[in-house]
Write a protein that binds this ligand. Sequence first.
Ligand SMILES: [Zn+2]
Length: 349
Amino acid sequence: MSKHHADMRTRQREDSRNSRTHARTETEITRRNALNRLAAIASLPVIAAVFDTAAAAPLAYHLKPINIADGVWVLYGVPEAIDRSNGGAIANVTIFDSREGAVIVDTGPSKRFGVALDALARELTGKSVARVYVTHFHPDHVFGNQAFNRATIAAPQGVIDGLASLGEDFASAMYHTAGDWMRGTEVALPGRVVSAGVEEIGGRRFHLRPLSGHTNSDLALIEEKSAVMVAGDLVFLDRAATTPHADLGNWRTSLDALKAIDVRHIVPGHGPTEGGHRGLEQTRKWLAMIEETIRAAFERGLSINEAMAEPLPQWTATIALARYEYERSVMHFYPKLEAGEWPRVDKKT
Ligand SMILES: [Zn+2]
């Protein structure tokens, strides 16, 4: 679709929305700070393709817990990029009931989300929140932290360090893309450092597996009683993987490590919970596809724009945001190829 047509479609959508709802017209900040925003969002893992206008809907997250095992619920993120209609609620969040209280994995994109999550966890379990684990430092997974007691929020040191150094940039990018949903949100670092091992909380045993690849510090958890694995963004299912901080070689090694663990349910960072290895395999296949496509484009001497326009294999047609994330991966990796900083990693298959 040409830019002109995209603009027209956006305009038509705005017109119909405004006439339908008499919503406020585009906020001033959208135009005035457009350039600043572009600079700020360049570092975001997931961004909106179109700057949406002020949404007419009231800003409340409607959290819908889905029970996946006895005393275990998942709040599924929408398979979209962060924008002003979804408030950044695009990543999965998991809640476990335990005798000591709720155990939450990832806190969502904003303070507002975190507050709603805390209330939901209390409602589901009838107890307060005993522990929060954070799988990695990306903003769609950590910006609900503020709603919880810092001492209860646990993450590997690498996650804390990453959030400490990148958090402010993530915050400004999120304010620009998600808008008022972010009101009051600030970077809140986990107060408890965890490493590989088992933590027992109220009759549940959480096996912590610090890994890397999606970022330089990714935490996967396996809860023994439910045989649920929470894989964080090491696994994407039916939604294209994001790569702004990825090391593809390490990511493959982590996928191997997760595959060797016997569980009943795998909760991906984005996408549905399943019993088998489809998420692990699809993530591996996606990473191999982008690496091969981008490298081949580079070796043929294509410009970055030409590389972004390369055709994708047919199987990716059912993956949400495939074209969008592929283009973003070209933006992440092409400069590295040009600088000779993207060494070839031996592929498994
Ligand atoms: Zn991520």
